[in-house]
Design a protein around this ligand. Sequence first.
Ligand code: PEP
Ligand code: MG
Length: 582
Amino acid sequence: MMKGIPASPGIAIGKAFLFDTRQLTAVERDIKQETIPSEIARFEEALIKTRSEILAIQKKISREMGSQHAEIFNAHLLVLEDRMLIEEVIESLKKDRKCVEYIFSKVIGKYIKVFSKMNDEYLKERTSDIEDVGKRILKNLIGVQEKTLSDLKEQVIVVAYDLSPSDTANMHKKNVRGFVTDIGGRTSHTAIMAKSLEIPAVVGLEKATTRIKSDDFLIVDGTDGVVIINPDKIVVKKYELKQQKFVRFEKTLLDFKDKPAVTIDGRKVEVSANIELPDEVSSVIAHGAEGIGLYRTEFLYMNRNDSPGEDEQFEAYKKVAARLSKASVIIRTLDLGGDKFLSQLKVPHEMNPFLGWRAIRYCLAKPEVFKVQLRAILRASVSGNIKIMFPMISGLGELRQAIGVLEEAKEELRHKKINFNEDIEVGAMIEIPSAALTCDLLAKEVDFFSIGSNDLIQYSLAVDRANEKIAYLYKPTHPAVLRLIKSIIDAGHKENIWVGMCGEMAAEPGFVLILLGLGLDEFSMSPVVVPEVKYVISNVSFEDARKVAEEALKLSTGEEVETFTNKRLDELIPWLKKTKKK
Ligand code: PEP
Ligand code: MG
C-alpha cells in the first residue's frame, strides 16, 4: 500500500499504464574507436527521422490551421540543420569516445544554457526551439515512443512522475479511470483538472513510477489518498463496496443540487463552479451551480501551437455565457506561469516560476496579447452575465494598470461601434499577501473580490502548492491564513462589495463552515463538489457558523483549528460523516 495526497475523490480499480514524461536521459557509455562510424551513422539517421517528423507535423498544422501557424516549425528545421551543432557532436564523439546520445545531450545542453542567457530577446526565445528539437533527436537516438494520453486504447489507471495541466487536459474520462503521480500537491493544477474531469487521483506518492509497472492491477482511493498494488480478492471486494458507497453518496447529494444555498436562519450565499474548458458547462449545470465563479481561460491556449485569436475566444466565451443565461460567469484573464505553461507563448525558464513572470505580470508586459482577450470578453459580455477578474494582483498600482488596459480595449470597441456591456463588473483576485493587506485600497476600485486561496496559502506560508515534500505545511487553517481571509472579507464589506473564494479551500465542508461564519458571499469550486457544499450550507445556521469562525480565530495552530472545525461539523451535520466514511 502507498500513501499519497488525495487529489480527486472516488475509487478507481484497474490496470496500470506507466506514462513517463520525464526528461529523456542519455546514459554515459564508452565506445570503441571502430564503433565511431556506426555512431555517426546513428546520429545521421536520427537527424533524418527528426526532420521527417517535423515536416509531417508542419504539414498537418498547415492543413488544419493554416500555413502561418506552421511557420514556427521553420525555426525547428533550422536548428536541425545547424552545421556548428552537428560538427561539434561529431568532433566530441571522436575525441571523447562516448555513445552519441550522451555526447549529443551534453552539446545540446550547452547550447540551451548559452541561448537562455543571451541578452538579445529574440535569440533568448530560440531556447525553447532548441530544447524541443533536442528532445526529439534524443528520443530518436534512444528509441523511445512518443505517447500522449489522448489516444489510449483501453481503460487504464495512468501512473506518471508528473502530469502537466496540458497532459491532463488531453485525457479522456472514457479511457482514464484514475491517475497517480510521484510529485504534486492537492492544489497543483494537475489535481484541479482531475477533479474537474471527475477522475479519482492520488498525487505526491514519491515512488509510484518505481514501484508500479505497466499492467499491474491497482486500486486508487482518491478520497483517502491510498494506492494498493496487486491487491488480493478480499481487498478488491472491500474497495468495490467503498466505490459503490461513494457513488451512492454522490447521488444522494445530487438531490440538493437545485436547492438554493440558504442557511437554516436565512442567510443566502452563492455557490458557483470553476471551469477550465467550455465543455465543462454541462457539468456545472448538472451539479446545480448557480454560476461560474472562475473560468480559467489559460486552458483555451493549451495543447496547440498557436494562440486563440479574438474571434475564437469571443465564440468560446459567448457560448459559455449564453448557456448559463442570466447566471454570472466570471472570466479570469490569462493566468499562465507557475505550474501552467503554454508552448506557444514563449516564457523563459525561471528559478521560481510561482514568483516570476506570470499571470497579470505577463499580460501587462504583452498588451497586444492581453487586449485580444479583453476585447473578446467585452464583445461576449452582451450575450450573458459576464464579469472580468484579474489574477495575481499585488497592489493598487498593478490593478490600475490592468483596468487601464481594459479601458483602452473598451475604447477600441466603441471606436469600431461594437457593442459590449458598459457596466461590466470588474474584480480582483486576492491571492498575494500584499493584496490581502491592502484590500481596503483595492476595494474602492473594483466591484468584487475573489480570494484565490490556492495561491494565497502558498504565498502566505511560503509553501509551494505543487511540492509534495512540504504538503504537510500547506494548511488552509493556519491562523495567518484565517486572519488574512477575515481581513479581506471585512475590507470588501466595508466598501459594500461582495467577496467570494474560488480556491480549493471553498470546497472542504469543515472550511466552508468557517468561511460562511466569516461572512463569505460566494463559494466557487469544481462542479462535482457543488451539491456537497450546498448541503453543508443549507444544514447549518449562520449563527452557528459565525461562532465556529469566532472560536477558530482564537486557536493557535492550523491543527487545532482543523480538529475543532471537523468536530463541530460532525456535531452540526452528523449525516455527512456517517455517509461519507466507511
Ligand atoms: C487560486 O489561486 O486559488 C486560484 C483559484 O487560481 P489558480 O488555482 O488557477 O491559481
Ligand atoms: Mg491562483
